[in-house]
Write a protein that binds this ligand. Structure first.
Ligand SMILES: [Fe+2]
Length: 352
């Protein structure tokens, strides 16, 4: 049963209407023109950016992980309580109710911090995710490992493909050196060239290759952790550099045009760009920190374009189909753009 009407059921005014299931989300307009992106939303912190987002118009909204926080030692009950609290916040609820949306997780809504495939209770976390995000009963994510997902919107010539990568379920352990040894800056993870280690796992890699061969004009590739950033030792694809090279090669091998990258996790916003190893210059927008941000990131520039924005923020992708362009931008909690870059779709393809 979907929307229950109070008058039909004879319930009093105080009765709580059931939450709108995801399959009853409003349909996304065609074509998409304005897409929102957010990550790192702590249910115990002030929600004024979520309230602001709920008052905005987005054709589609993407939740990029750390959509709630299960702080401290993990228990399923604690994660469940985090989701329950998030569901009570009016802005969060309104945004999910009014705006078509897709979501994937990062570490804080998956596990103890920074864990990957070896987290033994990941199925419990997945069940909590499925319940909160109200995935349809026939959604393939329910019947396969992990939460990777792709969906296309809009007609040929104006088609946006959203690809949400699962960087948790399959990811090999990453290499950490001791604080004394490292002298490498915060985070402490070091690149591990071991070819046996994986970020996505073979099943997800094969699925991704198929997805990248699907026709689309713009492809939004969402990775909870940063892809192109080099200047830090926190979690990122730089921890498994062979896997990152594989992704860049795959974009070339599948002749996937129109790829832009979105990531979260870091609690600031920044743009990154990399040409080496890719069929065309790839641009990544990191937008992270809806409820809390990191005022003084210690990152080196590594592939970063310009300065980061260190206040609370969210991402906006604004598509101009007439100009065949997309603007990737980070906005502050009042909606002002703080950094951004316009890309032309015709430049997001191999030149050969
Ligand atoms: Fe976070």
């Amino acid at each position: 049963m979907g929307l229950l009407r109070r008058d039909v059921l004879g319930l009093g005014a105080a009765a709580t209407l059931p939450q709108l299931p995801a399959w009853a989300q409003p349909a996304a307009p065609s074509p998409l023109r304005r897409i929102g992106f957010a990550s790192c939303i702590h249910q115990d912190r002030p929600q004024h950016v979520m309230d602001h987002l709920a008052g905005q118009r987005f054709d589609l909204f993407l939740f990029g992980g750390d959509n709630v926080y299960c702080d401290g030692p993990y228990t399923r009950e604690k994660l469940h309580a985090a989701y329950e609290k998030a569901a009570t916040h009016p802005g969060y609820a309104q945004l999910r109710r009014s705006t078509p949306h897709l979501a994937v997780w990062d570490d804080n809504d998956y596990s103890p911090r920074d864990t990957g495939a070896d987290f033994p209770l990941k199925q419990a976390s997945k069940e909590e995710f499925l319940a909160f995000w109200q995935l349809p009963q026939d959604d393939p994510r329910r019947s396969r490992p992990g939460l990777y997902h792709a969906q296309a919107f809009g007609p040929p010539g104006q088609r946006v493909q959203v690809i949400l990568l699962d960087t948790r379920w399959f990811r090999s352990p990453i290499e950490r050196v001791s604080r004394l040894q490292r002298g490498l800056g915060d985070g402490g993870y070091v690149p591990d060239p071991d070819p046996a280690k994986t970020m996505l796992g073979e099943v997800q890699w094969e699925w991704l290759a198929q997805q990248l061969r699907e026709p689309a004009d713009l492809r939004i590739l969402v990775s909870s952790v940063q892809l192109l950033a080099e200047g830090h030792r926190w979690e990122s694809w730089a921890n498994l550099p062979g896997e990152r090279e594989r992704l860049l090669r795959l974009i070339g091998a599948t002749r996937a045009n129109g790829v832009v990258l979105l990531s979260g996790d870091r609690h600031f916003a920044a743009l990154y760009q990399r040409r080496a190893g890719a069929p065309y210059a790839l641009t990544e927008l990191t937008a992270s920190g809806v409820t809390h941000s990191w005022a003084e990131p210690t990152d080196q520039p590594g592939n970063r374009v310009g300065a980061p924005f260190t206040g609370m923020n969210y991402g906006v992708l604004a598509i101009d189909w007439a100009a065949r362009s997309v603007r990737l931008a980070a906005h502050d909690g009042q909606g002002a753009e703080r950094l951004g870059q316009t890309l032309f779709l015709d430049q997001l393809k191999a030149s050969t």
